[in-house]
Design a protein around this ligand. Structure first.
Ligand SMILES: C[S@@+](CC[C@H](N)C(=O)[O-])C[C@H]1O[C@@H](n2cnc3c(N)ncnc32)[C@H](O)[C@@H]1O
Length: 450
């Protein structure tokens, strides 16, 4: 589909960029390149059926190329589609395995899943999304990637700021924006563009940044990013933020070929803004982006964590032991948390999260049903083959049937009798199955069948 830029948009950027503007419009009207990431949380994670010949220079796990959303690589969480510019945002925040991290505007989850990869699914990652439907998509992407260190919340930044004052070592604000940098990926979005919309977005971003400021620890790092070109949403907002908070400073970031400095002239001539980073599609092989890294000075005070009661009763523990004895090579026992009838291996037991609308806390292990624990798909997507007592490897035609939701007839497997087994294709685990009488009963969730 062709992108049709409005006269107002063209006039604005012709004034801002002079002769260069035509090159930018040409790039927006051209086709873009796709890219994807590998998932190091998966066993033998480079073993995928796509070419890894064209690595993205600033990412250890990013490659140019197309992927198929119906392939086993995608279904089992070995691959995640993400455009190249966006990948650099998580690299800039660069969280450690022990950081407490907040991704404040996280859906659908491309940057959050990358952050979890960098953290090796350790530490704590709170992935928040204000829109409930989008938060559910975020949660299922986290599940597909086998991530276990994440709490998915569905709150407004304002709802969170009081409870989590000075709580986070690192925060990402990938702000809702006017999306000018994504016009060529999403030509429909051009229709919503107006100068008024840009100003509304800029105003909303100021409020989000303010909440993020409150939740950032002294000594902590905040990355702010947008996928839009507008000065109002980028340099001007950062200049405003720096002026409002003397304890915040912009940090230098590494710029790879094609990445450009932020523009002081677009932000009240604040010279610090050269430290920010811009990607324009006429210079850089990716979509339009702005990003910068900010640091809050000071020494953090100790965060007190009051753990909540796990809610796991003696009879629940017996069911967990029984399930583990029969089907796993280990017994999950740390950070267990029961919410209603669901069992989680929690990413955090801090009772502060009780004040939020939590969709997922860590790894969902299963559901207690009439004297048994029924395992959840999330457990299999986070499992390693060694964790399971039984795995059945499907052939091509069995795989197609299984994805459809059909029962698969197999040769007799006495050792699997009445057990929960991992179901894999091309060595990649993607579902549970229940074996009895030469059949693998299909328990692949209805919403995922195809
Ligand atoms: C640019 S998108 C985030 C993309 C995401 N970080 C990723 O990489 O997949 C911005 C998100 O902010 C959310 N949002 C909208 N209004 C918001 C607000 N007032 N406060 C916080 N988030 C908001 C949107 O629903 C949207 O999911």
């Amino acid at each position: 589909m062709n992108v049709e830029l409005s006269t107002d948009f063209k006039d604005k950027y012709s004034e801002l960029l002079g002769d260069r503007a035509d090159k930018l419009f040409e790039a927006i009207e051209s086709t873009s390149e796709n890219s994807f990431r590998l998932n190091p949380l998966k066993p033998d994670f480079r073993n995928v059926s796509v070419s890894l010949d064209r690595p993205i220079p600033y990412s250890k796990i990013g490659y140019y190329g197309d992927i198929d959303g119906n392939s086993i690589d995608h279904i089992s969480g070995y691959l995640y589609s993400q455009e190249p510019s966006a990948m650099y945002v998580s690299e800039l925040l660069n969280p450690t395995k022990s950081d407490v991290v907040l991704d404040l505007c996280a859906a659908p989850g491309s940057k959050t899943t990358y952050l979890a990869n960098i953290m090796c699914s350790k530490g704590l990652l709170v992935s928040n999304e204000i829109n409930y439907k989008r938060a559910k998509v975020l949660s299922s992407n986290i599940e597909r990637m086998g991530i276990t260190n994440t709490i998915v919340t569905n709150n407004s930044p304002k709802d969170m700021e009081k409870t989590f004052e000075g709580y986070f070592d690192k925060i990402l604000v990938d702000a809702p924006c006017s999306g000018e940098g994504m016009f060529r990926k999403d030509p429909e979005s051009v229709k919503y563009w107006s100068q008024d919309y840009v100003e509304q977005c800029a105003n909303r971003q100021k409020h989000i940044l303010e909440s993020a400021y409150k939740m950032l620890k002294p000594g902590g790092t905040l990355v702010y990013s947008t996928c839009t070109f507008s000065p109002e949403e980028n340099e001007q907002n950062i200049d405003f933020f720096l002026n409002s908070h003397p304890d915040i400073s912009l940090q230098n970031v590494e710029k790879y070929p094609g990445m450009e400095n932020g523009m002081p002239a677009w932000g009240n001539n604040n010279p610090e803004l050269t430290k920010a980073l811009r990607m324009f599609p006429d210079q850089f092989n990716g979509e339009g982006h702005f990003m910068c890294k900010l640091e809050k000075s000071g020494t953090p005070s100790e965060i007190r964590v009051k753990p909540i009661n796990s809610g796991v009763k003696k009879e629940d523990s017996k069911l967990i032991d029984k399930f583990s004895d029969e089907n796993l090579t280990y017994t999950p026992h740390t950070n267990l948390l029961k919410i209603n009838d669901f069992l989680f291996q929690a990413a955090s037991l801090d009772n502060k999260f009780k004040k939020l609308h939590v969709l997922r806390n860590g790894l969902k292990l299963g559901e207690f049903k009439k004297n048994r624990l029924e395992p959840d798909i999330a457990m299999i997507l986070a499992a390693k083959p060694d964790d399971l007592k039984g795995i059945y490897e499907l052939d091509d035609s069995e795989y197609k049937k299984y994805l459809h939701g059909e029962t698969v007839m197999v040769a007799d497997q006495p050792s699997f009798s009445n057990k929960w087994i991992g179901v894999s294709f091309q060595g990649k685990l993607f579902s549970w199955g229940r074996y009895s009488n030469k059949q693998i009963k299909n328990v692949y969730p209805k919403g995922l069948r195809r």
